[in-house]
Design a protein around this ligand. Structure first.
Ligand code: BGC
Length: 424
């Protein structure tokens, strides 16, 4: 019988008090307001997206490219009166161990050639004519600085991607050059948008009035429609919620951050998103089991451990006490979901305050992403946290709706909007 209290002690490190969540929400709300006034002073990027919300009447054909999580995807999409038709979708992982790893590509060209290749394959599969001029909507899921809809500069990579030559540069310009190299001069990138904005577009296309969207997947982030209390035209803002710096880290968070590709950056994301959940659990186990060579656990394994269905640790290592491991995994997931909800509660409060509403109006928040969709307990914990932070009655009016596969549809809408084919 081994002493496994260390697992329970580690689990305790991942519990956050209700009070800490309340403080975090208020601080997040302050950082949003600060970011609007003085972007450099806030840990949140608060970047304007220069995208109009769709009317739902947009029609046309566009190429979509989605880059930023675990897979890249390209497709030929047609928005027609009878719905959205996706043709020839191609999906490829960014890393295939032993074969290639574009997250560590040596040059920007190599990365964009990989993406252009994917587009070429999707067009061939989708049966596009080789000369057909096509707009391309690019879902690029990183923090960018945007001053027009057609292109944006990458501010900084996140999610452990480290390709030189892209930070600070225009993204669609590089993509366009790669498309031309790939013989696809007929494909013109007309829009670039964050994945959260793609979710917002896809959701607003079907349900006008949707004003907040989030991604809870490999990365974590949200965007919303800022109304400026009616003093200026509304604008969609990419918050880059994961860059929030004012929530206390525990020792494992600090270790993970120090060892990451960008120490100090995306601190909240490193406590929430799927890219890091497995790594946090790995760190606890390596330390507790004195096994520095334990192979890394994935986010899926965290989910299995929480449900008691993980048969063994990676590398065939035996499980420590399954019950204590489940407690730890559940604490990790619960913290993640509570922090995610904390940021959304702040966005809801910010919007109500900007519009001088006496209370937060009932509404639907659009959420996409594998952690939200599949991680056990996440959606329910988020809803329960909204009730804690906003009050039962308000939270009852808030629905977190899973919008599956929104990136592609959002990118198509954006590509068509960008090409000026808006059907007014
Ligand atoms: C990026 C965001 C993105 C989020 C979800 C983060 O790492 O910085 O731009 O929206 O991941 O994909």
């Amino acid at each position: 019988m081994t002493d496994e209290t260390w697992l329970d002690e580690a689990a305790a490190q991942f519990r956050v008090t209700d009070d800490a969540l309340r403080q975090g929400m208020l601080r997040f709300e302050e950082e949003m307001a600060l970011g609007l006034r003085q972007p450099a002073a806030s840990s949140l990027y608060m970047e304007p997206c220069y995208v109009d919300l769709p009317t739902g009447r947009e029609r046309g054909r566009a190429v979509t490219l989605d880059f930023g999580g675990t897979n890249a995807r390209a497709a030929l999409v047609e928005l027609a009166a009878d719905g959205c038709h996706v043709r020839g979708e191609v999906r490829r992982p960014l890393r295939a161990p032993g074969a290639y790893d574009v997250t560590r590509a040596e040059t920007a060209e190599a990365l964009f050639d990989f993406l252009a290749d994917l587009v070429r394959e999707a067009l061939a599969r989708g049966g596009a004519r080789s000369e057909e001029p096509l707009p391309l909507g690019h879902t690029f899921s990183f923090g960018t600085r945007q001053r027009r809809f057609g292109d944006a500069r990458l501010i900084a990579w996140s999610k452990e991607i480290a390709v030189p030559g892209v930070e600070g540069a225009y993204v669609n310009e590089q993509l366009r050059a790669a498309l031309v190299r790939a013989g696809l001069a007929n494909v013109m990138p007309t829009a670039i948008l964050n994945d959260t904005a793609a979710v917002l577009l896809a959701a607003a296309f079907r349900a006008p009035g949707t004003a907040i969207a989030a991604i809870y997947a490999t990365g974590f982030n949200s965007c919303y429609l800022e109304t400026f209390g009616g003093r200026r035209p509304p604008m969609v803002y990419n918050i880059e919620s994961g860059s929030f710096r004012h929530f206390p880290q525990n020792p494992y968070d600090r270790q993970l951050d120090t060892a990451s590709a960008k120490p100090g950056a995306q601190r909240l994301e490193k406590m929430i998103s799927g890219r890091y959940l497995g790594e946090l659990l790995t760190r606890v186990l390596r330390e507790g089991l004195h096994d520095a060579a334990l192979p890394p656990l994935t986010a899926e394994m965290v989910g299995e451990a929480a449900q008691g269905t993980l048969a063994a640790l990676p590398g065939g290592r035996p499980l420590p006490s399954a019950a204590s491991l489940a407690t730890l995994a559940r604490a990790l997931i619960r913290r993640s979901a509570r922090l995610a909800a904390m940021t959304l509660a702040a966005v809801l409060r910010h919007r109500a305050a900007a519009d001088r509403q006496p209370r937060i109006a009932p509404q639907t928040l659009a959420v996409d992403g594998a952690v939200f969709a599949h991680m056990p307990g996440v959606a329910a914990t988020m809803q329960e946290t909204l009730a804690l932070l906003l009050g039962e009655e308000t939270a009852q009016g808030i629905s977190l709706r899973l919008v599956r596969d929104a990136s592609g549809r959002g990118a198509a809408i954006a590509g068509i909007l960008g090409a000026g084919e808006r059907d007014e």
